[in-house]
Design a protein around this ligand. Structure first.
Ligand SMILES: [Zn+2]
Length: 350
């Protein structure tokens, strides 16, 4: 299916960070902005089937080996399909088709990373134009890695993505997440202070280790992203005291997954993570991230796209023990959040 999309942006993803570019201005930037003012407003509800065409493609002058087989790409796409089915509680199915390797009509860019214009040129190559004309919902072009001049992993546009030779379900899934209109999941790390005071201390770009749109894992999309896509409905906390029973966001068919609290220019999202399904790797075991996690959206502290709050006592960037533990309270903007038990939170506002 196709959904309307007004997100006018292209994302290019580095090994550990991504840069936002405007489609109307593809001039190269050298450092990522701390946040985007778009605040995900362009994301539209999405359910049904998305037909994904994966096209492994050589530049016209490529003489190296075939770096990955279509069969292997099909295996990776099967994982991506399973991921989005689970993350959407069976609302969104990505149905992949992988073509044989093709050769583009354009040579590899002589220098620098292929920017959005180069990728668009590749997509306009006759071999791919016929696929585009066939009306696929998304086209993912996979190419041999250009490591010596380009270390980022992919670019995502509105309905297409380009993968720079990293044959990995996380990268393909992350870029497809961008094509749904999702932005990045960052981390706010204030150095393990006893009472985390929100301010522009340090934003770890894509440092949300819980989520696909953050750092290098297949953890579930954060509650805010699921709400934007129409997969969950959060409880809205207005004022006063209320207790909420939150289900783990990775378990299908539960009553409530998140609480949203708006305090002035700051929006908070409270959710629960436990080790199950695709969250087993991102949350469980040595990751030690289970429990109540809080995200904030606020441009003024560099978290316009969202930042997960690092509650870790040692300020560990990897978010080990970074959840709000049972019995802990945390306050900001006149709001107090208390983890009463494993899934129960008490939210207090004036
Ligand atoms: Zn990205």
């Amino acid at each position: 299916m196709t959904k309307s999309h007004s997100l006018q942006s292209v994302v290019r993803c580095l090994a550990k960070a991504c840069l936002w570019l405007s489609l109307s201005c593809l001039a190269q930037t050298t450092s990522p902005p701390p946040s985007s003012s778009a605040s995900n407003a362009a994301v539209a509800p999405l359910s049904g089937k998305l037909r994904i065409l994966v096209v492994p493609a050589f530049w016209s002058d490529y003489t190296g080996d075939t770096p990955v087989s279509p069969e292997r790409l099909a295996e990776l796409m099967a994982i991506v399909r399973s991921y989005f089915l689970e993350a959407s509680y069976d609302k969104l199915e990505m149905v992949p088709t992988v073509t044989p390797w093709i050769r583009l009509s354009v040579p590899r860019p002589a220098a620098g990373c292929p920017n959005g214009a180069a990728v668009r040129t590749a997509l306009d190559s006759p071999a791919i134009a016929s696929y585009k004309a066939a009306g696929w919902d998304r086209i993912v072009v996979v190419q041999p890695r250009i490591a010596e001049q380009c270390f980022w992993h992919g670019i995502a546009g509105v309905n297409s993505a380009w993968i720079n030779g990293v044959f990995d379900e996380k990268v393909i899934g992350h870029e497809l997440g961008h094509t749904l209109g999702l932005q990045h999941a960052h981390q706010l790390n204030c150095g393990g202070e006893p009472a985390l005071v929100l301010r522009p201390c340090r934003v770890v770009v894509t440092g949300d280790f819980y989520a696909l749109m953050g750092k290098w894992n297949m953890g579930h999309l954060m509650a805010m992203h699921k709400a934007q896509l129409g997969w969950i409905t959060p409880a809205i906390h207005g004022s006063g005291v209320a207790v909420y029973d939150l289900a783990p966001i990775s378990v299908k068919g539960q009553a409530l997954y998140a609480v949203k609290v708006v305090r002035g220019s700051r929006t908070f999202w409270i959710e629960r993570r436990e080790s199950s399904g695709f969250d087993a790797g991102a949350v469980g075991g040595a990751a030690g991230r289970a429990g109540i996690s809080i995200r904030v959206v606020d441009d003024s502290i560099g978290c316009g796209e969202s930042c997960v709050l690092n509650m870790s006592a040692n300020g560990d960037d990897f978010l080990s023990n970074a959840a709000l533990k049972v019995g802990q309270r945390w306050s900001d903007s006149g709001m107090t959040v208390e983890a009463v038990s494993a899934g129960r939170v008490k939210v207090t506002t004036p």
